[in-house]
Design a binder for this molecule. Structure first.
Ligand code: NAD
Length: 502
């Protein structure tokens, strides 16, 4: 039996219970059907039915938010060491079911198994990292003044809403939920309607790890129904959102009536700038990895290549050769790099840029075609002969599609890099350290890597500027979001108090 057939059998076995029983919402530790019925979940690989999913709306969100509010005081007041133990057990549970998570995620999203195996393990790392922070999360400062001993402490903000997208949904859910639980918040999670399977597995792992009922509630459904109701619920104190920039703006509007704190991780059109003094072999590897891995359905992908004109021709030629070698195929085939796009609508959007590129005068140097007539497969694509005002240089395509733009001077590269509505990540390749410092100082992005692809270090801040988001995740920054700062001033003696009306 080929490895693909064996993997398909394994995936089918893992998915059988979802096919038979569907996915229900989980509220206060109970399975609850959706108040609006169900919706169908299909695989992007062959458009086959995976399972039915509970379609939640305002009624379900109300139940979930109330359950989260009821569970909050006990979770907040649980000794930190106890919360830490539960988070570590969740990490262990993820590791124990990593294969199941990877197979289900791959079939549900179309992402290649080779990347999803790593994503499952990254999810466990998120829980382990924040478990280690639990005992210090409430620590504060001592700020002595002449008359007062001023203390600060942090307290969890309350029940929070977490809304996640369909790209690497398992990893992104852990990234948001782990720090929220570590801070002492309770959670209502609304996963993306296109990829609901791994959120259900994660929820089960959390309950098996001993998480009390109501601390984490899962409500499936569509954005404009379940998602909107979550944003508007008065018991929810903050919203952690990952998704498109236009949805982020809606989240803010919907949360405004109840004065929600929002954290938005949104889209990107990230530049990778390659100067002619760079290590071009390493730059080439990184450029390819950062747009053609994870189907290019990645917020931090380097979708604009800014390449110095002195090396452009050779660099693009080498790029074309490598891009044409990238294997598109069944995501459960261990050799596959690029699987199908998540669904019909997204596939139509990504492939529409093949015409847009040509209409705007760019060249399709590699790819630019669909693969097969079932599922949503396309060839990794490279546009050359582009300039930065073209739509392929300005709009987030969110697929394995790279736009190459030449530049001649450092000033021009910086101008092009910043000439976008977004500002999530930037990547810079040069051997000139002073230039790197100058450039990173002026580059409008929340995260920049020099001579490196995106390598996530969990204590560092993650987030974007401009249309790419508001707020930061990671280390202390996560706790700043999920917690309130509190100040307490204690008199050091009998300082003079103004006496009125004496
Ligand atoms: P999306 O905005 O369409 O959906 C994201 C989530 O929001 C889904 O769960 C959806 O149901 C929900 N939603 C939609 N409308 C809503 C509403 N009115 N109220 C409440 N919730 C609503 O995004 P997507 O297509 O699922 O994901 C892809 C996008 O996510 C890309 O733009 C990508 O760049 C971005 N992303 C950003 C980061 C980051 O860290 N900056 C990470 C991953 C993905």
């Amino acid at each position: 039996m080929s490895e693909l057939s064996a993997n398909t059998e394994t995936m089918t076995a893992y998915m059988a219970r979802f096919r038979d029983g569907g996915i229900l919402n989980r509220i206060g530790g109970q399975d609850v059907p959706g108040s609006l019925g169900t919706f169908d979940n299909a695989s992007p690989v062959d458009e086959s039915h995976i399972c039915t999913v509970a379609r939640g709306g305002a009624e379900d969100m109300d139940k979930a938010a109330r359950a989260a509010a009821a569970a909050f005081p006990a979770w907040r007041d649980l000794p930190a060491a106890e919360r830490k133990k539960i988070l570590i057990r969740i990490a262990e549970g993820i590791e124990a079911r990593a294969e199941e998570i990877a197979f289900c995620e791959s079939w549900d999203t179309g992402q290649a198994l080779r990347f999803m195996s790593k994503a499952a393990i990254r999810g466990a790392e998120n829980f382990r990292y924040f478990a280690d922070q639990v005992t210090s999360a409430r620590d504060g400062k001592q700020l002595r003044s002449p008359t007062l001993m001023n203390l600060t402490t942090r307290v969890p903000i309350g029940p929070v809403g977490v809304i996640t997208p369909w790209n690497t949904p398992f990893m992104l859910s852990t990234w948001k939920i782990a720090p929220a639980l570590a801070a002492g918040c309770t959670v209502v999670h609304k996963p993306a309607e296109l990829s609901p399977v791994s959120a259900r597995i994660l929820m089960e792992i959390a309950e098996e790890a001993g998480l009390p009922p109501g601390v984490w509630n899962l409500v499936n459904g569509f954005g404009e129904e379940a998602g909107k109701a979550l944003c508007e619920h008065p018991d929810i104190k903050a919203l952690a959102f990952v998704g498109e920039s236009s949805t982020g703006s809606l989240i803010q509007k919907q949360g405004a009536g109840t004065l929600k704190r929002v954290h938005l991780e949104l889209g990107g059109k990230n530049p990778v700038v390659v100067f002619d003094d760079a290590d071009l072999d390493r730059a080439l590897d990184a450029v390819i990895f950062m747009i053609y891995s994870i189907n290019g359905e990645r917020c931090t992908s380097s979708s604009r290549l800014l390449v110095q004109d002195t090396i452009r021709e050779e660099f693009e030629a080498r790029l074309v050769e490598r891009v044409n070698n990238i294997k598109v195929g069944h995501p459960l085939d261990p050799e596959t790099v690029i699987g199908p796009m998540i669904g019909e609508e997204h596939f139509a959007k990504v492939t529409s840029y093949f015409d847009i590129a040509q209409e705007d005068g760019a060249t399709i140097a590699a790819g630019g075609t669909r693969v097969g007539d079932r599922g949503y497969f396309l060839r990794p694509t490279l546009f050359t002969g582009a300039h930065n005002r073209m739509r392929i240089a300005q709009e987030e395509i969110f697929g394995p599609v790279l736009t190459s733009i030449p530049f001649s001077t450092e000033e021009e590269a910086l101008e092009i890099a910043n000439d976008t509505a977004y500002g999530l990540t930037g990547y810079l390749w040069t051997s000139d350290l002073t230039r790197a410092l100058r450039f990173t100082d002026k580059l409008e992005a929340g995260m920049i890597w020099v001579n490196s692809e995106n390598v996530r270090h969990l204590p560092t801040p993650f987030g974007g500027v401009k249309a790419s988001g508001i707020g930061r995740d990671g280390g202390e920054w996560s706790f700043d979001f999920y917690m309130e700062q509190k100040h307490v001033g204690l008199a050091l003696g009998d300082h003079k108090i103004p006496r009125l009306g004496v």
